[in-house]
Design a protein around this ligand. Structure first.
Ligand code: AMP
Length: 556
């Protein structure tokens, strides 16, 4: 091999941090944080904390020094149980900058599962939001490797015994820090999968993966993040690196707005308006709520004025076509679906239809806008049938989706069984079933385990859900398989109505689906109306819970 003359420059997170403070010192990081409780409603009252890339930098340096002073060094795992805010942002940068691993723990899991994860990851220090500080004694007992507890945010009732306040932890530290040598391949961050089956599995991200993922996200073919944008990631920062936004925004100097506990539609609309947000990112359930709120305000004659907002980036679950059309037709907002996983840092594909595309054919445009999108540069997709034969793109056939690239996991942390089950010849098997068009546009059909097998033929629960959620009487719809004596499995639709007094009949719903090109044999055999569909900790439908609830369901 003839070696190149290029520098052996390491792709590391400190280089993103240094760029942000030098190039975009005045750009803001806004955190909407609870500052009290409304005595009448008992709801938290939002207050605005404002900082900039310039002002946050010396605090990150102080945190680096404090971590080093606490004995944290290369490869150590440092856990966060934190809300979206500037403090979590500081941890995102400081922990990897000392060579350690920022382990973002899902705060919505039961505390037993959190302790399992903390123990499995061998975290030795935990940064915990004040609202969870009461859990410290339990965590101390069940995750004994954690020696230091640092509480984020004020604790008016006093700190739990043995814990230290974040501002005290960093306060006396110098505002300069000399980074250790960091190899781009070393681990910088860690997330566990949401663990819908079995225990959660750990994924370790590298400096190189994060840097390349951020760089790719700047492309207009992906997220198009740039310094003129103001991004509100409504996705929690513990969910797959906050979809990469903290790093991507810092790399390009975009303004960031963190909502902590204020992720309801009214507060989203309020702070989008007040802060001039241009892009909101979150799971579909967040945007179903936002759509209702925008519609309500409009029909009440007091529409929200959101002149800066242009794009809603929706990922984590399939985006119903009805949501794409409603936001576009009624509120002039462009929906951009994206697909990814904890194992993919997360960006795998992004829908690349632009607001001006297909201007003369709106229906076709909405069809195209519902796809999961095309692969990011440097990421490759592959479809396989059950015998591991490759399925050609454009064949129309669906199959198992595999992926490879520099920010796709090549194993699970200390979990050889799960690794062996998902890694095949250098590809990661996502467990998703998808189609890929000839031009590389991918569409998720279902999770493999959520497909419904009826008389040997597969029915996509996602397709049915997406059509049903377009029905004017339906707020949410999930479709699951229930046992059938003749066909093995048949679909059951589980529905949340907008108005419980306006319940469509089965014949109405059949008619509605048939009109939308659903085949007769794919129609759900029955519908159950419920008050709420159980959700995962990140707001996706929890089908496992529905299957459990309806496991003895008898179809007529
Ligand atoms: P998680 O690791 O919790 O982010 O979950 C990843 C899974 O979410 C994927 O394997 C998909 O099943 C699902 N998912 C993510 N994005 C989409 C999307 N745009 N459309 C359909 N499913 C999605």
């Amino acid at each position: 091999m003839l070696e190149s003359t290029m520098m052996d420059y390491q792709l590391t997170i400190p280089s993103i941090l240094e760029r942000a403070r030098r190039l975009y010192p005045a750009q803001e990081i806004v955190s909407v944080l609870p500052v009290g409780v409304d005595p009448a409603t008992k709801a938290p009252i939002p207050g605005v904390h404002r900082t900039t890339y310039g002002k946050t930098y010396p605090r990150v340096m102080q945190l680096c020094n404090a971590l080093a002073g606490a004995g944290v060094s290369s490869g150590d795992r440092v856990a966060t149980m934190a809300l979206n805010s500037y403090r979590h942002y500081e941890l995102y940068f400081a922990v990897p900058s000392v060579g350690a691993v920022c382990h973002m723990v899902n705060i919505r899991l039961p505390v037993e599962q959190i302790c399992y994860i903390l123990t499995h990851a061998e975290d030795r220090i935990l940064f915990i939001e004040n609202v969870f500080a009461a859990q410290i004694p339990h965590i101390r007992q069940h995750a004994p490797k954690i020696k230091t507890f640092v509480v984020l945010g004020p604790c008016p009732g006093g700190l739990p015994e043995g814990a230290i306040d974040y501002e005290t932890f960093i306060g006396a530290q110098p505002t300069t820090f000399t980074y250790p040598y960091i190899d781009e391949r070393q681990a910088s961050g860690m997330c566990y999968t949401s663990g819908t089956t079995g225990n959660p599995k750990g994924v370790l991200y590298s400096h190189r993966a994060i840097t390349l993922h951020s760089l790719a996200s700047l492309s207009t073919e992906l997220l198009g993040v740039n310094s003129r944008e103001c991004i509100m990631p409504i996705v929690p920062m513990f969910h797959v690196n906050g979809w990469g936004y903290p790093y991507t925004c810092a790399m390009t100097g975009a303004k960031q707005v963190y909502m902590s506990v204020f992720t309801d539609a009214k507060n989203i609309a309020r702070f989008v308006a007040e802060e001039g947000v241009t892009v909101c990112a979150g799971v579909p359930t967040i945007f179903l709520g936002l759509l209702d709120e925008l519609d309500r305000a409009k029909s009440a004659g007091t529409p929200h004025q959101l002149p800066t907002l242009g794009t809603l980036l929706i990922g984590g679950s399939a985006t119903p076509r009805s949501l794409v059309a409603a936001f576009s037709d009624r509120h002039n907002l462009h929906v951009k679906p994206a697909w990814g996983m904890t194992e993919t840092t997360p960006l795998g594909t992004v829908n690349t239809v632009q607001p001006g595309d297909f201007a003369d054919d709106r229906e076709h445009k909405y069809d195209r806008m519902t796809f999961s999108g095309r692969p990011s540069p440097l990421v490759e997709l592959r479809l396989e049938d059950d015998d591991r034969n490759e399925i050609e793109w454009g064949s129309g056939q669906s199959g198992r989706l595999l992926i490879r690239g520099p920010w796709i996991t090549g194993s699970y942390y200390h979990n050889p069984e799960a690794t062996a089950a998902t890694q095949h010849d250098g590809w990661f098997d996502t467990g998703d079933i998808a189609t890929i068009d000839a031009d590389g546009t991918m569409m998720i059909q279902d999770r493999a385990k959520d497909l419904i097998k009826s008389g040997g033929e597969w029915i996509s629960s996602v397709d049915l859900e997406n059509e049903l959620m377009g029905h004017p009487a339906i707020r949410e719809a999930a479709v699951i398989a229930v046992a059938h004596p003749k066909w093995d499995e048949r679909p059951l639709g589980v529905i949340v109505l907008r108005d419980t007094n306006q319940s469509p009949s089965k014949a109405d719903l059949d008619h509605y689906l048939l009109e939308r090109a659903v085949a007769k044999w794919q129609l759900p055999d029955a519908y159950e109306f419920v008050d709420e569909i159980p959700k995962t900790t990140v707001g996706k439908f929890l089908k496992r819970a529905l299957r459990e609830k309806f496991k003895d369901y008898k179809l007529a």
